[in-house]
Design a protein around this ligand. Sequence first.
Ligand SMILES: Nc1ncnc2c1ncn2[C@@H]1O[C@H](COP(=O)(O)OP(=O)(O)OP(=O)(O)O)[C@@H](O)[C@H]1O
Ligand SMILES: O=C(O)c1ccc[n+]([C@@H]2O[C@H](COP(=O)([O-])O)[C@@H](O)[C@H]2O)c1
Length: 189
Amino acid sequence: MKKVGILGGTFNPPHTGHLVIANEVLYAYGLDEVWFMPNQVPPHKTVDEPISHSDRLAMLELAIADNERFRIEKAELERSGRSYTYETMKILKDMYKETDFHFIIGGDMVEYLPKWHKIDELLKMIKFVGVSRPSYSTETPYDILYAETPQMDISSSMIRERVRDGRSIRYLLPDPVRVYIEERGLYGT
Ligand SMILES: Nc1ncnc2c1ncn2[C@@H]1O[C@H](COP(=O)(O)OP(=O)(O)OP(=O)(O)O)[C@@H](O)[C@H]1O
Ligand SMILES: O=C(O)c1ccc[n+]([C@@H]2O[C@H](COP(=O)([O-])O)[C@@H](O)[C@H]2O)c1
């Protein structure tokens, strides 16, 4: 069986926190690949800044370009409406029958798990791997796996805010993504 990690996210923009957790879980669980899966509409939050799917996708491509074990899964971008993980994983499990999926989530999403759509059914379909994130716990009543990773207090919202305030975002995200943001004037640059 091929072992694949899925890192679902909004990636608005992708940052070093995403890349580090994907890489740490890849090695911790002997995964063959990690697929970064941008959502169409996040199930639980509103995207207040207008950002196009094509910009999010282009930034994600730049962010993972130098790692041959990372790729992008577009299943959610290709489906309209809210991106419920249960619906997506049903489709992916059907498409990739010989694949063992590990869905990677940070502490904020571990805390939110009880509210996920059809969580009990989803837990029977895939494994979750929780990683810690500053200010969040990884405690949950559910039976999930964990991975120790270096803690990084980086978030997409912090990057958007810094850009708006004219502060540096260097080293918080891959440099080609920083250049893309600056050249396109995203987030108010
Ligand atoms: N610094 C981090 N440490 C651990 N997990 C993280 C980190 N940043 C993001 N994640 C996890 O990556 C996944 C995708 O995150 P997402 O794309 O929503 O980024 P975000 O930084 O949380 O965005 P925002 O600040 O806009 O809410 C989620 O499971 C989230 O918990
Ligand atoms: O299916 C759900 O109910 C659900 C609720 C919250 C989050 N998720 C998924 O968790 C991943 C991280 O979410 P986000 O909003 O932090 O980008 C992303 O793939 C979301 O679609 C899924």
